[in-house]
Write a protein that binds this ligand. Sequence first.
Ligand code: HEM
Length: 424
Amino acid sequence: MNIFPPLGQRLDPFKFYATMRESNPIAYDDKNKLWGVFRYYDVQSILGDYTHFSSEPPIPSPQKGKQPQKESRQIAFSRPSLLKSDPPYHRILRGVIASAFTPMAIARLESRIEDVANHLVDRVIKNGRMDLISDLAYPLPVTVIAELLGVPSEDHNIFQVWADKLVSSAGGELNEDSDSTKNLITIQSEMDEYFGPIIDKRSKDPHQDLISSLIKAEADGNHLNKEEILAFCTLLLLAGHVTTVNLIGNAVLSLLQFQEQFTLLKRDASYALIPSVIEETLRYRSPVQAVFRITNRGAKVANQLIEPGQGVVIWLGSANHDEKVFPDPDRFDISRSPHGHSHVGFGNGIHFCLGAPLARLEGKIALKVILERLKDLQFEYEQDSDLAEGLPQNIQPLRSLFFHGVSSLPLKFSQNVPGGPIGD
Ligand code: HEM
């Protein structure tokens, strides 16, 4: 049984998920040798159970007749990182970094994020059109995370190449010969070459940035070694922008697709509904559709036994559309209540997204700047007949199984007069 939504339904996998939740909530995919879990409460119970469901990646056994490429396997699959570790190591790593990402620490970035967002809008506002992804949704989070880490945000072209490779690799087969694996190995070694000299420089001459803090930090009385610092830099740079670009893109896409919700938002001059738009986007079009675990001992999920050593794809995107938790789940509804606490768009348990406060803040500021400065915002497409179910046909979904979003989003608008009515 296939546990992945069909290619043609990447922007609308919700019917596939509904069928799986109804008929095959815990399904085994013979071809990919993976389990898929689709219901909300099963997803929650796995995310909360790291003793059975490990985040440490498997080291694949060499194929018959081939020498194991030890070094590349170690780099691509075995390097310890926050995301790919279990307790007690995970707890130690999380302790090192957690204070940099508390809501209070992140709130200090607000005015800088607003400046960057306004500057990006300044560059396109006179044209009356933009590609939301390349003009705002991508450069905003990449600039913010680059500044936080202390690397030049002008290097964003290199970051984009890595991000694109990562997105298209996500969900590929993890054997030594697959394109996904080659991509991951290339990204890792290119990022090591990039970050290595920066870490060396900061060791001698610390700045006020995250890389310098990581070098100074102590975990259980020891400093992090260079491998661990490299793993943090790679994770933070990529996790810090490949996901948030889709939060901003998916929020605007959904508002333009469901015009009555957009009208509701624009009617409120105090912007009080913006946080709800962000939470509903994280639920409805979750930027990360699935996370991966491997059973390190036999485990039971809703009476289904899963043997040790099995890969499990945990469908956050499906859990977030589970009718048992979210009434009328396939409706994008910014008045949905309660908000913010029940969706699993940021995962849950010990690996709950470290960057959630930052992603939420960037999403809110991007929407506020759009509402304040752009009027008559709409999709830009050739003809009326190009619109199907509220979406223009020219919109391309990301070529990824685990990330959900669009690769480009052409929009047109006019300039809002300061002090005039918002948005319309
Ligand atoms: C809308 C944007 C984002 C979404 C949807 C998202 C989603 C997620 C999810 C689902 C996980 C859990 C992974 C798992 O359980 O295996 C996660 C973990 C993580 N995220 Fe995010 N993320 C976002 C933004 C960010 C940002 C901006 C950063 C960093 C600046 C970040 C850094 C991390 C890190 C470091 C982890 C690993 C935490 C751990 O393992 O303890 N994320 N994220």
